[in-house]
Write a protein that binds this ligand. Sequence first.
Ligand SMILES: [Zn+2]
Length: 295
Amino acid sequence: MRHVRVLVAFGLTAAALAAGPIAARQQRQGEPFSTAITKLKDGLYVIPGYDGAVTGGNVAVRVTSEGVIIVDDRFPPSSAEIAGKVKSVTPQPIKYVLSTHNHGDHTGGHPEFIKTAEIIAHRNARENMVRGKQAAPPRIVFSDQASVFLGGVEVEARHLGRGHTNGDSVIYFRDLRAVHTGDLVVWGRRTDGSLLTPFMDYGNGGSLSEWIGTLDKVLQLDFDSAIPGHGPVLSKDEVRSFRQKLVTLRQRGADLITSGVGRNDFMAKLRTDDLNWPFPKERIEPLYDELASKR
Ligand SMILES: [Zn+2]
């Protein structure tokens, strides 16, 4: 019995070592897939989201004395759930929804919330919603940045460049040194246990090459807590490591193309296992196209 246990323990250790430090950081140990509203800082809560299929994305909840600002609103049936969870921490009404990008797992609550709140997004995010025939695109848009001033608090929405889409916004809670990055950063596992990978949504203007520069601008902001589009709240160093993985991915892809690897062999030759990003085929071929066109 004891012998068996020793072997099991050794097996786990060996596997952890083989996976390397990046893999070890992917999911914090014991991270539960709870969607209970969680206090991050005084006045700032998170309704956790892990995937694009079951929970939708992370919702940030900024409570002020004159109302609530939320960031993103998950799937179509989520608006009542979000409203209920907000009500459990404050009697203040939801007055603004800052929307990080157009995807349905971040904008599904719009049709309900737009009845009583103002939804604000980047101009391109609205255009993507309209083109995609998504319900309730925002009535207010901006090009570079916008702020909501409520109850003595300023919450900033910043468009810092292309990345996941061409309409990504980072929501900056400057007074609390926190950001919501939308899907410019994703981290860890979906509720079905599969690993999240960054998604260059080329159909909505995404770009791996520009994503890295966009994250550089995010990292210039003063914050110690980052709410990613999906996954646990991260440190600034973890956002840095996510950016570094994107750099590695781009460099490997560019090196393969320079060495003459064609579109058909690209996926088999592009190493991503040590990044812990198991990309599906349909996401790798457009990446080849982007990197090949940059040569
Ligand atoms: Zn997305």
